[in-house]
Design a binder for this molecule. Structure first.
Ligand SMILES: [Mg+2]
Length: 388
């Protein structure tokens, strides 16, 4: 029989486009001291199959991701069945030995498998829910007065939870922001805090990390203020410090893991008792389906999973489909920090920009695959390089 059948999901081409996507206003990320961001790189990847089904994903990186995919991944995918991600995950794990992590590729493989099956990814994986409560993730350091104003808008938008960034030279100035919000807005708003201490981004003023003593002092203050979780209070391999910190806590939960990679590292974090909530990202930390295995380990240990999502719109939806397929999900990160980085900027390459419903929840797209369409016109306008 000549020609490809409808079910022929053999990979015929892997194509990358590097996009430099503009932000509507200067953005000063709390995690990059003294940095000013005006745009962000995304590498959009399309995997084509004999049947004509295309799987789409994106890396949170620029030309280095496109080169890595072209050199270390594409040659091992061409001719293989895209609808067998478990047989191909080894390629992505080995690619990380040689270049930047490209775990995002597993999203495109599952996108093909789910489209061939005619199901949304979360339904293919056993749908635990079809909507998830979202929190508004902020990204800058702002004064208590400005944050109170922000939180009034955030509550009016319909969010039930907000995440603040702690990066002041003196953490007491960060704590004053929480105190002001509690005083002016009340106890109704769930407050999460991200200290971003687990990474190595030095910023332009040098990197400073909290000591265990500082982390304990800050965490006890946050507990007093009724904060729900403290994220990344210590370096990502300080397993002993994280466990000791967690032992000091009553109601305050510790969250983290967005800078840890691979099944084995997440098992270590669980076994060492580092966190209450794990935060791997489906386009950064491991293959999206591999993170369902991490979720199962977490479930057995009585832990929750709340992925990091601050990458791009496809990453947001990949993580949304993932959490909708696991029972132990928690608050879902929804990056939204106007005017520099509003949600519409994160998802600018998508035809439909995700937004919360009246209850502050995100509905999980029900279309086959990961449930998005690209804004081709915008993508072409911001393409700066092509590969494959
Ligand atoms: Mg974080």
């Amino acid at each position: 029989m000549g020609g490809a059948s409808r079910n022929d999901t053999r990979i015929t081409r892997v194509r990358s486009r590097v996009l430099d996507l503009p932000l509507p206003h200067e953005f000063r990320p709390a995690w990059g001291r003294n940095e000013i961001q005006r745009s962000f790189y995304v590498t959009l990847v399309e995997i084509e199959t004999a049947a004509g089904i295309t799987g789409i994903t994106a890396a949170e990186a620029g030309p280095e991701a496109a080169v890595s995919i072209d050199r270390f991944v594409a040659p091992h995918l061409i001719g293989q069945d895209a609808a067998s991600p478990e047989a191909l995950i080894g390629v992505l794990r080995d690619a990380e030995i040689l270049g930047p992590p490209v775990y995002c590729i597993e999203v495109a493989l599952w996108d093909i498998a789910a489209k061939a099956a005619g199901l949304a990814a979360h339904k293919m994986w056993g749908a635990a829910t079809d909507r998830v409560p979202a929190y508004c993730a902020t990204g800058e350091i702002r004064s208590p007065e400005r944050r109170v104003e922000d939180c009034r808008r955030i509550v009016a938008d319909g969010f039930k939870a907000v995440k603040l960034r702690f990066h002041a030279d003196d953490p007491r100035n960060d704590i004053r922001v929480v105190e002001a919000i509690r005083r002016e807005i009340g106890d109704g708003l769930v407050i999460l805090v991200d200290a971003n201490q687990a990474g190595v981004l030095p910023g332009l003023g040098g990197h400073r990390q909290w000591t265990l003593r500082v982390a304990i002092d800050v965490a006890l203050e946050l507990e007093r203020l009724g904060v729900t979780w403290l994220e990344e209070p210590l370096p990502r391999y300080d397993y002993a410090g994280l466990r000791r910190l967690r032992e000091h806590m009553g109601t305050l939960q510790l969250a983290g893991g967005e800078n840890n990679h691979g099944l084995h590292e997440f098992k270590l974090l669980i076994d060492q008792g580092c966190y209450d909530i794990l935060q791997p990202d489906a386009v950064l930390s491991e293959g999206v389906y591999q993170l369902r295995k991490v979720a199962a380990l977490a479930e057995a240990a009585g832990l929750l999973m709340a992925p990091h999502t601050w990458t791009h719109g496809i990453g947001l939806l990949a993580n949304l489909q993932l959490v909708a397929s696991i029972p132990n999900h928690s608050w879902f990160e929804f990056p939204h920090e106007p005017p520099g980085w509003p949600a519409s900027a994160l998802s600018q390459m998508l035809a439909d920009k995700p937004w919360i419903d009246a209850e502050g929840c995100l509905a999980v797209p029900d279309r086959p695959g990961f449930g998005f369409e690209l804004d081709e016109e915008l993508i072409e306008r911001h393409t700066v390089a092509r590969q494959g």
